[in-house]
Design a protein around this ligand. Structure first.
Ligand code: SF4
Ligand code: SF4
Length: 321
């Protein structure tokens, strides 16, 4: 076991050499194949319809925990996962985020949560399972204050999935541009996830580094707003299922879960016009070098988007001003 290294905050390196770690004997590496994107709690019909709409996107699924909290996951393997051995190609290297390095694989939550033989600590839901859940427990009618028995829910959900053939995900095409007009981001291939606020601590850079390792996940930045952007294809068959069952709930939007749902609260503004700047994992060192941090890792000043664009174009932080 390596010596524990304290970093600002509570992120501590807990890694062993690959062959000594439980990960070398893990089947499928679920931690590297399921990216948690956002926590959610349901308290209204609109929340439920939003969750349904999210579930219609390929590779996106909501998972329910016994606490009643939902988490939206991206079912897509990290770009550094070597599919043959299930080994991380950057294990222990400087490109691997502290989120991965600090994870305690001896007390791994993912093993039970993604057990293919039974559900115990997390239930992964598909669109049709969500509809079934709502019908069985009349969640909307009871304003989401009903708590189904967890063991029963696990059993029913597992049986339901066992007898259901899921539609395959449609492949997405990666984003080629480095800028994305706000208006275009309303298209049905772009999902925006909080934190919508700017990072405030050096630990947030580790989270960015972890998330941006997954294909189709980017950081969308403007002068006023930051968000994780996920490129995914909406599955029309699932969307039609939602339309058929919950059409009145869809009247408030254009059937897509996109930037629109945040528009009432946030109005992005960018110093380079009506556009998001798109950052990838490879851009993070440059972003970090242009950011001012305090002595304990708190963030003092982020670069203006126009300076960031200039630095990205030249690849030279010193030319950013
Ligand atoms: S952290 Fe857990 S899920 Fe991930 S590879 Fe290691 S044992 Fe498997
Ligand atoms: S970088 Fe992290 S998430 Fe990606 S393969 Fe390595 S350990 Fe897994």
């Amino acid at each position: 076991m390596k010596e524990k290294i304290s970093l600002p905050g509570d992120l501590i390196i807990r890694q062993e050499t690959w062959s000594d770690s439980p990960c070398s004997r893990c089947s499928g590496s679920p931690c590297c194949s399921n990216l948690p994107l956002a926590p959610l709690r349901l308290s209204s019909r609109k929340d439920f319809v939003d969750l349904l709409l999210l579930s219609t996107y390929g590779d996106i699924f909501p998972g329910l925990k016994p606490s009643g909290e939902w988490t939206v996951y991206l079912k897509r393997a990290c770009g550094f996962l070597q599919s043959d051995e299930g080994k991380c190609a950057i294990h222990g290297g400087q490109d691997q985020s502290m989120i991965c390095k600090s994870y305690d694989s001896h007390n791994c939550w993912y093993i039970d949560a993604f057990n293919p033989h039974r559900y115990t600590t997390m239930i992964p839901f598909s669109t049709s399972m969500l509809i079934q859940l709502e019908k069985d427990y009349q969640l909307i009618k009871h304003r989401f204050d009903r708590e189904p028995d967890w063991d029963e829910l696990c059993r029913d959900a597992f049986e339901y999935r066992r007898h259901t053939i899921e539609l395959p995900s449609e492949p997405f095409s990666p984003l080629a541009e480095s800028r994305l007009p706000f208006k275009k981001s309303r298209g049905d291939e772009y999902l925006f996830f909080q934190p919508y606020e700017k990072p405030s601590d050096i630990k947030h850079f580790e989270l960015m580094s972890f998330r941006l390792g997954f294909p189709g996940v980017y950081l969308a930045v403007s002068d006023t707003s930051w968000a994780y952007l996920v490129k995914a294809k909406q599955n029309t068959a699932y969307l039609n299922l939602v339309r058929d069952e919950y059409f009145p709930g869809l009247a408030h939007k254009d059937s897509s879960f996109s930037f629109d749902s945040y528009r009432e609260t946030y109005t992005p503004h960018s110093g380079i016009g009506d556009q998001w700047v798109i950052l990838r994992k490879k851009d993070l060192p440059l972003l970090k070098s242009l950011t001012e941090f305090g002595p304990s890792g708190q963030l003092r000043r982020l670069p203006a988007v126009s300076a960031l664009v200039k630095a990205l174009e030249t690849g030279r932080p010193d030319r950013a001003a």
